[in-house]
Write a protein that binds this ligand. Sequence first.
Ligand code: SF4
Length: 237
Amino acid sequence: MLGSAKTSGRRGAWSFLAIGLLTVLLVQVAGGALAEPRNPDGQQLELRARSLMAKLQEQYDAMERLTEQINEIGRAAQSPRSAATAPRTRHADQVVASVCPYCAVGCGQKVYVSGGKVTQIEGDDASPISRGRLCPKGSASKQLVTSPGRVTRVRYRRPYATEWEDLPLDRAMDMIADRVIATRAETWQERQDGRPTRRTMGIASLGGATIDNEENYLIKKLFTALGAIQIENQARI
Ligand code: SF4
């Protein structure tokens, strides 16, 4: 399949070259004929152009035959295993457009889903940013989603504890909210050196790369509204 694509590309390049040369010659002939319709030099030029075009056609035909022979060799050398090879994504019943969660380049991804499960993640050729490409990290995105080591529960280690424990999500959210409210109240600065500040220096936010831009938008709005000014995020678009 790759060999076929290569030879097809080569054929396209030769066609493009031949058509380009023919066009140049035709423009020259037409230009000469229009500018000097009765000029013997113009007739000479036309004859030369026709001869060159015939030679080009011969070379083009030879290249076509050679390309076909190369394709034949490729097919003859193909093993049954290669012939039976098919894309890993052929059984996907859904393809969802997404963005790589890792870095600020924001390469486009196609997430292949089968039976409600992510089966493959590949580059999205429709993305104007990456045009189907992913770096090794982005290519391994499926592991981020499907790894058995992925933490899917809230884990909490109490002060001075030596063990982690599971917490219900609602309980964890309440604990975070209580601490944010208390910290804000304790560290609120209405003024500094006589000038209004209306801020807290006791709260900061640092987002991770897997936070997408919609989440970042909400985080920025929330913490700014709370009076925090130390808000940063690891690069992401
Ligand atoms: S980690 Fe790689 S694939 Fe993902 S956005 Fe960055 S450059 Fe693109």
